[in-house]
Ligand binder design. Structure first.
Ligand SMILES: NC(=O)c1ccc[n+]([C@@H]2O[C@H](COP(=O)([O-])OP(=O)(O)OC[C@H]3O[C@@H](n4cnc5c(N)ncnc54)[C@H](O)[C@@H]3O)[C@@H](O)[C@H]2O)c1
Length: 354
């Protein structure tokens, strides 16, 4: 029988509640033992819902409790401090994305993980989509041949979250759509392709909508309403080109706001076949069959809830039955890539990644 792990959740906002739901859906393997948020009323509401015995408003106090593992679901600026403290306290950690504000902070988390000997899984949940897992398997089995280029397109026409709040304030978020949603697609793209060695980036970042604040026209605002007295000092669109040595490359376009239709996909181009993922359409291998140009429609079962799968894999990793579903080292690589994208945009030149 599986060992039932005692879980603490730090940050009971939007994503903290999603983590709580995921653990609660798996009562055989997890028990939510403790919750923490600086907003005591948010903790109390979740504690009531899931009958959680221990409630805290200071995460350091939660870390003194007897939980085995924690989900770190606070804003980006706190990821490093909370994750390092949790690892030092001997807790396994499921750390929300982005791993940290930048690669320097990410490296500090990796060092703490190594010292602690505890499990650290990064919340790169996009990987848990069945089509992403299937594409990875096909790349591993050579179905796509040599993967030489990836196209990442993640365009929101009007999707700035929480204008003027922490999402749009660089000192609190680390950046705009690149670090908010781009991290998911960069991670999934490198995961599928098996390419974890980005060597150089050339990019441009722009802010054409956010800085308008009151004149920003939108239909709905996630994490709203807007705070016009707040700050918008991050990008709202980024585009660029990533080299993986001479062997492969990746082009990307990521936006929170752009005068173009909503569009999202990751396209993997291989010498034997290509495949487009996450565009909401049936999965199709663009290939050849019996010396004929052909499409192969792939049948597969969709993942009902990617957060449930992520939590289940984290619990298995804590029990040392499997590696973490997204490793700290991979999280670090994503942060190095993001750092280089920002640097290239600032310098207006190609930046090497070491
Ligand atoms: N995986 C995903 O798809 C996904 C989706 C949304 C958000 N996220 C990530 O989750 C994190 C949180 O985002 P969110 O949308 O839930 O934000 P949120 O603002 O809704 O929640 C953050 C919570 O942290 C609490 N908090 C702040 N300081 C704290 C402290 N010192 N100790 C304890 N609690 C504290 C806040 O009161 C708030 O309830 C971000 O890093 C974000 O990037 C990931």
């Amino acid at each position: 029988m599986n060992q039932k792990l005692k879980i603490g959740i730090i940050g009971t906002g939007t994503i903290g509640r999603v983590h709580a739901d995921a653990y609660a859906a798996n009562p055989a393997e997890a028990q939510i033992e403790a919750l923490c948020d600086v907003r005591a009323e948010a903790v109390a509401a979740e504690a009531e819902k899931y009958k959680v015995p221990q409630q805290f408003t200071d995460y350091r106090q939660l870390l003194k409790s007897d939980v085995d593992a924690v989900s770190v679901c606070v804003g980006n600026a706190l990821h490093r401090d909370v994750a390092v403290a949790a690892l030092k306290a001997g807790k396994h950690v499921l750390l929300e994305k982005p791993m940290a504000m930048n690669s320097k902070e990410a490296a500090e988390i990796v060092a703490a993980m190594k010292k602690s000997g505890k499990v650290l899984q990064i919340g790169m949940v996009t990987r848990q989509h069945a089509e992403v897992q299937l594409a990875r398997k096909m790349v591993e089995e050579g179905v796509l041949g040599d993967v030489y280029h990836i196209r990442v397109v993640l365009l929101r026409r009007r999707g700035i979250p929480g204008m003027g709040g922490w999402f749009t304030t660089k000192s609190m978020s680390g950046g705009g759509p690149l670090i908010d949603v781009g991290v998911h697609y960069f991670d999934a793209a490198m995961f599928v392709a098996g390419l974890w060695n980005p060597t150089a980036v050339s990019s441009n970042t722009y802010a054409k909508f956010g800085p308008l604040m009151k004149k920003y026209r939108y239909v709905s605002m996630w994490a709203g309403p807007p705070n016009f007295k707040g700050v918008f000092d991050v990008e709202d669109y980024a585009t660029g080109y990533v080299r993986f040595g001479k062997a492969a490359s990746m082009s990307f376009e990521v936006s929170w706001a752009v005068n173009a239709e909503d569009e999202n996909y990751i396209e993997i181009l291989g010498s034997k076949a290509g495949v487009r993922l996450l565009d909401g359409k049936p999965l199709k291998l663009v290939t050849e069959y019996k010396e004929q140009v052909a499409d192969v429609m792939l049948q597969y079962q969709k993942t009902p809830n990617i957060f449930h799968v992520q939590a289940k894999k984290f619990l298995a990793a804590c029990r040392r039955e499997a590696p973490p579903a997204a490793t700290a080292e991979q999280g670090c690589t994503v942060m190095k890539l993001i750092d280089a994208i920002y640097e290239s945009g600032r310098k207006n030149s190609e930046v090497k990644i070491s």
